[in-house]
Ligand binder design. Structure first.
Ligand code: THU
Length: 131
């Protein structure tokens, strides 16, 4: 199925505005499309106890899981970096829990980098490894 990337980018961009990032001033938005066509969004939420901060990608995954969603078709991550920012290592592992799907990294200037969970985390440790 064709992915409506523009629509996902719009949603990721909107949720990025909601980021709580007073310490890094680095706002991230993520929009995760599931196999039913539902989009789950997340932004980063920082904390004065810095280590408690959670990334946008993991918040999008948590929103999906809490809604009973398990199978994903696509993810958009938006930052204001050029070239567009890429998910951190922890988020890559969390995404790999749910298989390999395409990811578009974007920024507000219109740059787009297409990648995938598999490309971002080769030789991942996945649920299949535990049989
Ligand atoms: N951040 C994300 O939300 N996603 C990433 O993949 C990279 C980093 C957030 C965490 C923190 O709030 C800020 O960006 C700076 O690291």
């Amino acid at each position: 199925m064709e992915i409506a990337w523009d629509q996902l980018i719009e949603k990721a961009s909107a949720v990025r505005q909601m980021a709580h990032a007073p310490y890094s001033d680095f706002c991230v938005g993520a929009a995760l499309l599931d196999d039913r066509g539902i989009v789950y969004c997340g932004c980063n939420v920082e904390n004065v106890s810095y280590g408690l901060s959670v990334c946008a990608e993991r918040h999008a995954v948590a929103a999906a899981i809490a809604d009973g969603s398990r199978r994903f078709q696509a993810l958009v991550v938006i930052t204001d970096l050029s070239p567009p920012g890429s998910p951190c290592g922890a988020c890559r592992q969390v995404l790999a829990e749910f298989g390999d799907f395409p990811i578009m990294l974007v920024n507000p200037g219109g740059e787009r980098v297409k990648t995938s969970v598999g490309q971002l985390l080769p030789m991942a440790f996945t649920p299949e490894n535990l049989g």
